[in-house]
Design a protein. Structure first.
Length: 295
């Protein structure tokens, strides 16, 4: 495999008035975004469309996933003013659909669930018309923590399995496939719309992708996104292969044939990419119909 990125992975460069406005809102409210912390290739596009994914509970993570660029360590504080600032930033960005994510805070008894719930409620109070999608960690499989978040009633519960079962240990050191599936199943059992994401190009086989997609459908997951893994720095897991746009289109078709409500599949697709469009499609708010391929 060539180390050079194929041309289909070239993303839009950051810039423009909307981009600068998002930059200002994020800075003024002293927020972190996963867009920046994860070096997401889509910042030029998403921020120019006036949207960013805010990352709560700090920017130091207790986990050390080998694909992720977020700093690992022992976080030192809890910022109790954060929920209100996140809510204000959602209002300033005038978002109809917001995606909030967080680092893992395994050192806290509730994994940060109370801050998650406070954030959801603060956003809803200030932005009653905004749909809230939460992209959460596995809360170490603690049902009480997950229920604390679900009790705040986000519109979409998003939790990423990231990769196939065999590669979990190598890719997400402290996570487990069965635990991630449990998060999705538990949320579904409580009646929530669920969403998950897979990175391709970390060493998975075709058969393993098929099995994973079937597992997720067995868990009644509603929205699935698939994208190319990109190595953030030389210290991270190397890219195993460049998945072609054509293969992404095949996975898109296959996902729809399995019965997922919405599948977005393409080289630059990330868990929070086009989240509003996916939600509109899922809830039937997109009168043009169709589905998202992004390849
Ligand atoms: S895809 Fe998600 S993480 Fe990447 S820039 Fe867009 S909103 Fe941010």
């Amino acid at each position: 495999m060539s180390n050079r990125k194929p041309e289909w992975l070239r993303a839009k460069l950051p810039g423009g008035p909307e981009y600068k406005e998002v930059r200002k809102i994020v800075d003024d409210h002293k927020l972190h975004t996963v867009c920046e912390s994860a070096h997401c290739p889509n910042m030029g596009e998403c921020w120019a469309r006036g949207t960013a994914t805010v990352m709560i509970l700090g920017n130091v993570c207790t986990r050390s996933c080998r694909f992720c660029n977020i700093e690992t360590g022992r976080p030192t504080e809890l910022d109790l003013g954060e929920p209100a600032r996140v809510a204000e930033s959602v209002a300033k960005m005038n978002l109809k659909h917001c995606v909030i994510t967080s680092v893992a805070r395994d050192e806290l008894e509730d994994g940060g669930a109370s801050v998650w719930a406070a954030t959801i409620r603060a956003i809803r109070r200030l932005n009653p018309g905004t749909a809230i999608e939460v992209l959460i960690p596995d809360m170490q499989g603690k049902q009480a923590s997950l229920d604390t978040i679900l009790d705040a009633e986000p519109e979409i519960l998003n939790h990423n399995v990231e990769t196939v079962e065999r590669l979990q240990k190598a890719v997400r050191v402290q996570a487990r496939y069965d635990r991630s599936r449990w998060v999705l199943r538990h949320a579904k059992g409580r009646g929530f719309v669920t969403k998950t994401s897979l990175m391709l190009g970390v060493g998975e086989t075709r058969e393993e992708v098929v099995r994973t997609m079937r597992d997720l459908r067995d868990d009644d997951v509603n929205i699935l996104t698939l994208g190319q893994y990109l190595q953030p720095t030389a210290k991270h897991l190397p890219v195993d292969r460049w998945v072609t746009p054509e293969e992404f289109r095949e996975w898109h078709e296959y996902g729809l044939s399995l019965g997922f409500g919405v599948v977005e599949s393409g080289p630059l697709v990330r868990s929070s990419y086009h989240a509003e469009e996916q939600s509109d499609l899922y809830f039937g708010r997109n009168h043009a119909g169709g589905s998202l391929a992004s390849a």
